[in-house]
Design a protein around this ligand. Sequence first.
Ligand code: FAD
Length: 292
Amino acid sequence: MYLRDILKQETLSLSFEVFPPKTDSSFDSVRTATEEIAKLLPSFMSVTYGAGGGTSRYTLEIARNIKQQYGIPTLAHLTCVSSTKETVAAKITELKEAGIQNVMALRGDLTPELEKSDRSGWAYRHAVDLVRELKESGSDFCIGGACYPEVHPESRNQKEDIRHLKEKVDAGCEFLTTQMFFDNNLLYNFLYKIREAGITVPVVAGIMPITNANQVERAVKLSGSFMPQRFKSLVDKFGPDPAAMKQAGIAYATDQIIDLFANNITNVHVYSMNKPDVAAAILHNLSEIVGK
Ligand code: FAD
C-alpha cells in the first residue's frame, strides 16, 4: 500500500521504525524484533539505511519480509551521499524487484571522512538529487523526505532550510517525516512556517522514546534537539534507575503523541529502535486513541 493513501486518511495513525543490523551475526535478533513490532499491526513500518550504506542489503530484506509475511506497508530508506549513479541505479532496481512501493529519499550524514573528502566528483550532493533520480526511474514510488523542525545543523538559518525543503517537495516528495523533537511547540511553529512557504504535503511527526539515560546524550548529539526542562528533570531523577527511566520515557513519548493527536497531527512515527516492548507499551497507552 502506498503511504500517500495512508497519510491522507483522517484517522490517527501510528507507525514504527526499525534499523538493520550492523553485523551479520545480529541479523536474526533484529529480524525477530522487527517481526514482533510488525505483529502490533502499525500503520506502516520504516527500515533505515545504514550510514554510508554499510548494511544496506539488510534494509531491503527486512522491508520485504515485513510486507510479505505480515502485510504491513513498508517504507525503505535509501541514502545517496558519496554513491555513484550506478550504485543508486542498482538499488532502485532492487527496490522495484522487491515490490517496495515507498522510499524515503535521504542524503545521509556526512561522516568526518566524507567531510574531509573531495566532493567535486560526487553524483549526489543533496537528497533532492535522489528524489529526481527516483522520479526519473519510471517506477511509481511514493517518495518521502526528511525535515527538521529545529533546522538542519548544516543550514545557515530556517528560511534557507525551508527553501531547500520546498525544492525537495517540488521535485517529488509526497510526504515528510520530521527529525525527533521533545517539545511539540517546535513542530507547531515549523508547520506554520512550511505551510506559509507553500509546502502542503503531509508531515509525519517523528517521536523518539528515550528509555535509558545513555540515549539522551546520543540523541542530542545526533539531532541537536532541544531538551525542555521538564524532560531534563525526568532524566535527572529517573536516569540512574533503568526500569524507572524506561517507564518515564515511554510516558513522556505517549504524552507528546497525545498532544499531537489532540492538535490534529494525524500521523506519528515512533523511532522504536528495534524495541518491540517499547512499541507495544506506547500502543497500549494509546489503545483507545489510535485509529479514531
Ligand atoms: P538534504 O535534504 O540534502 O539536506 C541536508 C542539508 O543540505 C540541509 O541543511 C539542507 O537545507 C541543505 N540543502 C538541501 N538541498 C540543498 C541545495 N540544493 N543546495 C544547498 N543546500 C541544500 N541517515 C541515514 O544514514 N540513514 C537513514 O535511514 C536515515 N533516516 C532518516 C530519517 C529521518 C526522518 C531523518 C530526519 C533523518 C534520517 N537520516 C538517516 C539522517 C539524514 O541522512 C541526515 O540528517 C542528513 O544530514 C541529511 O539528510 P537529508 O536527506 O535531510 O538531506
